[in-house]
Ligand binder design. Structure first.
Ligand code: PEP
Ligand code: MG
Length: 324
């Protein structure tokens, strides 16, 4: 696979029957962009901004953040998207100087958007930095851990306030900036019908979605079998998100680990997923394997998966299809 995968690096993502698949990269900082482009990324589907905070001993100020986002946006240019996820601390990503440690259940605590909506000044600083950087490339903004409409509206409100502050200072930014959310909390799936009309895109975060659907800590090896996206319950949730988003005409992608798992990609493609964001190391193989996907088999594959009752059975079924 390796050598052939290497050859397909520069080719665009598509299946064996020519269905276009967008293949984007997950990055943790602005300096990775050239490297991910070399590996064949068509843009960035997830910029995890928390690393910018974790690498420092104090909160990066607006200018520092602006410089980092601008550098990444310019490296990608006007055509390739840079999806910036707002600060997603808490859970397994503690930042000592932000004082959110000490919770009994950090994964169920003040993390992601919950923290940011509490710390409005810190959040607005980041929003202003992102908006300012949007004048230099094709930036999209993504909110993590959204569970309900109230959080989404509050985030939009702060984004509007940040934009009004920039207007007052005559600072430029992209007025058509696309806004979306991570779908990684089961409540967001239940609320999806109401959320979809409000956003430009959704991105499925399978790492958190799996742990929250199965009530199994993603960092606890003892329950890793439960916290798996091969669990039929998790797969059903994912299928629903893809279907609902596509039916409403809302852009949908996946940026959790599942996105780079080429065993499961025929199923995701069969369900209608066309946009995948992954650690860049997975891109060449993903593009190579995508060309082996053929739509004549979609009905059989999704039918066979619908009948599976365990992760092992799901895996076996996917392997059987891959080998035949
Ligand atoms: C996810 O939860 O799937 C995700 C992509 O976000 P993170 O792994 O950063 O929580
Ligand atoms: Mg997550």
């Amino acid at each position: 696979v390796k050598q052939k995968a290497h050859l397909s690096r520069k080719e665009k993502g598509q299946t064996g029957c020519g269905t276009r698949l967008r293949v984007l990269a997950n990055v943790g900082n602005e300096h990775e962009i050239n490297q991910v482009l070399d590996l064949g990324a068509e843009g960035v589907g997830l910029f995890r901004t928390e690393f910018l905070f974790m690498e420092r001993t104090k909160v990066p100020d607006e200018q520092e953040q602006f410089e980092a986002y601008k550098l990444a946006a310019k490296a990608l240019g006007k055509k390739r998207p840079l999806t910036i996820r707002t600060l997603d601390v808490g859970g397994d990503k503690p930042v000592p100087y932000l004082h959110i440690e000490g919770e009994e259940n950090p994964f169920l605590g003040r993390r992601g958007i919950r923290y940011c909506l509490d710390e409005r000044d810190l959040f607005k600083t980041q929003l202003r930095a992102i908006l300012r950087a949007s004048a230099y490339g094709h930036i999209e903004i993504m909110f993590p851990m959204i569970a309900n409409i109230g959080e989404l509206e509050a985030a939009f409100q702060l984004l509007d306030e940040a934009a009004a502050e920039l207007d007052a200072q005559n600072q430029k930014y992209d007025k058509d900036l696309k806004k979306g959310i991570m779908v990684e909390v089961p409540a967001a799936v239940e609320n999806l019908k109401e959320i979809l009309p409000l956003v430009d895109f959704v991105s499925i975060g399978t790492n958190d979605l799996s742990q929250y659907v199965m009530a199994a800590d993603r960092t606890n090896a003892a329950v890793s079998g439960l916290a798996s996206y091969y669990q039929p319950a998790v797969l059903r949730v994912i299928e629903r998100v893809i279907r609902m988003a596509n039916e409403s005409g809302t852009d949908v992608s996946m940026c959790g680990e599942m996105a780079r798992d080429t065993l499961v990609s025929p199923l995701l493609v069969a369900w209608g997923l066309r946009k995948y964001s992954m650690s860049a190391a997975g891109i060449p193989e993903f593009k190579y394997m995508a060309r082996k996907i053929h739509q004549e088999r979609f009905a059989d594959l999704s039918g066979a998966i619908a009948g599976c009752t365990s992760p092992d059975e799901v895996r076996e079924t996917l392997r059987r299809f891959a080998a035949s």
